[in-house]
Design a protein around this ligand. Structure first.
Ligand SMILES: Cc1ncc(COP(=O)(O)O)c(C=O)c1O
Length: 442
């Protein structure tokens, strides 16, 4: 082995890029920041219309109300707000979040909850609670980048269950469960985002939810139900939560990030009691307790402000943005590009024709002053090269058309290039595989 190289399993890594490499725990060695992260720094420039970050429109909040809520916490309860608290989170907040869950029709008791630093910490604690190296998790493909990170950083293997416009294809999940059983293995849990999924924008149909619950009983499976977006619904269709159907088999994750503000970093887990107790111990090892200050700001928000109206206001903002983006996609995208039609929340999932790679295209897109997230980030197995996530929640309505038009122009030019290079052998202008964008939209 030449000097400066280290062999870690099959992987050969130059030690001079990181002289500490051999000292790291195995779970950390394979972690690296993607090149895409560097591009996103450029995408944050004001001239770029960014459909990249999944950020809520915090400008739609009544800032005077937020200011008075925060000021009141310090003025009236400063000593408590600035003190340590309990590992499970404040009972007052847990009672209020149970109300938020009831507002969405999800049954819950305040004692079932553990407050976390956003839904992301919940996903990490759950992964640490259940996963040993090499364990298998079954998750929608595509799925939330941070969910993949929580599972793979705990050295689990994520296998994807394909989706279509009705969410996870539960009949394929069943096949995968049976295949695993033939191998003498079993998934530790199924990770699903059933409502207005990140990144696909689609929701799991009601019959599939029932079937998923049945499969959980039949095959003795746990389900992690991640639900940041359920309340941001454009359609009025109500779906049962999986927790409602099989409460003893579900670890449910909620967050106030998308219904209030991500800056307060407040999420929660609702779990059967023995699991809840393990999660509290894990969270105490990680950070002792959630911040009393931000918990009390959320409490004050939920008790003194019309939070249901605020959610309606957010939803209206996102519905308008979604409509503008869908209209722009229909007028600007070349033939062969497909996309999902979201029933709520933030995301549209784009599938481009063969021959175009959305990771390769990103640098050009940013040069044209538009950004998106390439599809590969949403799969643990490297697929998704012909897909991309467009997030419409953050850019001003007035800039959405401009951004889509820039992307459309770029895709037209790329397709011309593919045709010029391949001539009669041009790859067929169709998606490479069935997926949530198949056949929908423009
Ligand atoms: C599906 C999903 N789960 C969890 C999270 C975590 O959000 P937070 O940690 O802000 O609650 C996000 C954030 O975008 C998400 O999209």
């Amino acid at each position: 082995m030449p000097d400066g190289w280290s062999t870690t399993g099959e992987m050969r890594v130059r030690l001079d890029t990181d002289p500490y490499l051999e000292r790291y725990a195995a779970r950390v060695r394979g972690m690296s920041a993607s090149e895409i992260r560097a591009l996103f720094a450029v995408a944050a420039r004001p001239e770029v219309v960014s459909f990249a970050g999944g950020m809520p429109a915090t400008s739609a909040l009544d800032m005077e109300a937020v200011e008075s809520v925060a000021a009141r916490v310090i003025r009236d309860h400063g000593a408590t707000a600035l003190q340590y608290g309990g590992g499970q989170g404040r009972p007052e907040l847990r009672a209020l979040l149970a109300e938020v869950m009831h507002h969405e029709g999800v049954p819950c008791h305040a004692d079932d909850l553990v407050i976390t630093v956003g839904g992301q910490q919940a996903l990490d604690l759950i992964a640490r609670c259940f996963l040993d190296p090499g364990d298998i998790v079954l998750a929608e493909g595509p799925t939330y980048v941070g969910g993949i990170g929580a599972m793979t950083s705990n050295q689990a293997e994520v296998r994807h269950v394909p989706m279509d416009d009705d969410g996870m294809q539960v009949e394929l999940l069943e096949e995968m469960i049976e295949q695993l059983a033939r191998e003498g293995r079993r998934a530790k849990y199924v990770y699903t985002i059933p409502n207005h999924q990140n990144p696909a924008g689609v929701s799991m149909s009601v019959p599939r939810r029932h079937r998923l619950a049945e499969l959980a009983e039949l095959h003795d499976l746990m389900i992690v139900e991640d639900n940041p977006y359920g309340l941001l619904d454009f359609t009025g269709v109500t779906y049962p939560s999986i927790r409602q159907l099989v409460p003893e088999r579900v670890v449910y994750v909620g967050t106030v990030s998308k219904i209030f503000a991500p800056g307060v970093r407040t999420g929660w887990v609702a779990a059967p009691r023995p699991i809840r107790d393990k999660l509290i111990l894990l969270r105490e090892a990680a950070d002792l307790c959630p911040s009393n200050l931000t918990q009390m700001i959320v409490e004050s928000w939920l008790t003194t402000q019309p939070w249901r109206e605020q959610i309606k206001r957010f939803t209206e903002v996102y519905r308008e943005k979604a409509e503008v983006m869908l209209g722009s996609l229909a007028s600007e995208m070349p033939d062969g590009v497909h996309w999902t039609v979201p029933g709520g929340a933030f995301y549209i999932w784009l599938t481009v024709p063969r021959g175009i790679d959305t990771s390769d295209l990103l640098a050009k897109a940013i040069a044209q002053r538009v950004a998106y997230v390439p599809g590969r980030g949403f799969y643990a197995d490297g697929s998704g090269g012909d897909q991309a996530r467009l997030c419409f929640s953050y850019p001003e309505v007035s800039r959405i058309h401009e951004g889509v038009a820039r992307l459309g122009e770029l895709l037209h030019a790329e397709l011309d290039l593919v045709r010029a290079v391949y001539g009669d052998d041009a790859p067929q202008f169709r998606p490479r595989h069935d997926g949530p964008a198949g056949g929908l939209g423009g």
